[in-house]
Design a protein around this ligand. Sequence first.
Ligand SMILES: [Zn+2]
Length: 82
Amino acid sequence: MKGRKTKRDCDLCGKEGVRIQRTTRIFGKGKDLVVIEQIPMVRRPHCHESYYTADTLHEIDRLRLHRKSLAEKRSIGVIAFA
Ligand SMILES: [Zn+2]
């Protein structure tokens, strides 16, 4: 995601105000569970849309695939919704 403009006009309505919001998401479950932080999510407040670009989704797949070598071990609290 290097060299990307973080501010640009909306492809759909042409308005300004497209934002990149850094998000944290959890993928997989059990032993395969991995948390990825700082994922850039595109937000279009006026169009009520938020999504990940194809490049970002591709990078997420790559990170998940290499999670064993890339992931930093941290202790986190996990709660199962009763
Ligand atoms: Zn828009």
